[in-house]
Ligand binder design. Sequence first.
Ligand code: CP
Ligand code: NVA
Length: 309
Amino acid sequence: MKNFINLKDIPVKDLRKILDDAKKRKNKRKKLSTLDVDKDQPLKGKLLIQMYEKQSSRTRLSFHIAINQLGAGSINVKANELHLGKGGESLADTAKILSTYGDGFMLRTDNDKKIEDFSKNLSIPIINLLSPSSHPCQVLSDVFTVEEIKKKSISKLNITWIGDSNNVLNSLIATSVKFKFKLNIGCPKKYRPPKFVMDWVKKNKRKVNIYNDPKKAVRNADVIFTDKVVSLNDRVNKVKKIKDFKNYKINSSLIKYAKKDVIFLHCLPRGNEVSENIFLGNKSKVWHQALNRVHVQKSILLYCFGKLR
Ligand code: CP
Ligand code: NVA
């Protein structure tokens, strides 16, 4: 049994195995419908318990489909309907109960420590569905999308992130270290990645390039990523933060500095960090990106259950 909490803690050979498995499984499903179960039903009989303490459209739906395609079942529990928290039940007791009824637990929360505490008290795998410090399922799936579209290993590509230093970027930085790809970041000085993230990069003998000038960050990019300027867990002056990022919008004049065949990715939901014509234009692969989450998350589940082929 394995947890899937932070990409930085997972060996690259395991991440690569997940991506390879997702590719094989995706190929085999070409003629199947959304809820048709994969022939080998690898998780038949298993119950996955999902808990979202904050909003989600894509993660919730893509995991629902992924779980069904593997032959397993899922239930969504709402934090405010459990005894955990307001009902006074300890996290340790709730974790014991989840481990008694379920085979896996998946949590989206505003609290990184809660994931850590659950992981210590569960005897079933836990998957991080997004926390303030990381969004591992999203970003591993994005690596898959990049390699699928570019038909190349990500290590041969120039990846650019324009925008806030948030959970998604932390996970992207982790993958840049693991898969050894070039990562340029474009953001205002005040919003650079935190010191502990950069120290980790250094400790792993890698570097990421940080630019205040978004044009420099975009130069020669094969892929440009961005995300909302204000994340769900951001307790900031939103108006001010959005204003601080006004020169970092992905639009036609900025994207010109990238390679001609650059692709644009965004995990969604979006704000006004990207212009409508880029978001809906032919360089944008955001719907493809969202759909691939189903395929990669299936292989993440199989990794957790020690069932990767
Ligand atoms: N990208 C992503 O995780 O979307 P949701 O917040 O809708 O799950
Ligand atoms: N950075 C965003 C990602 C949403 C999927 C957030 O945490 O709100």
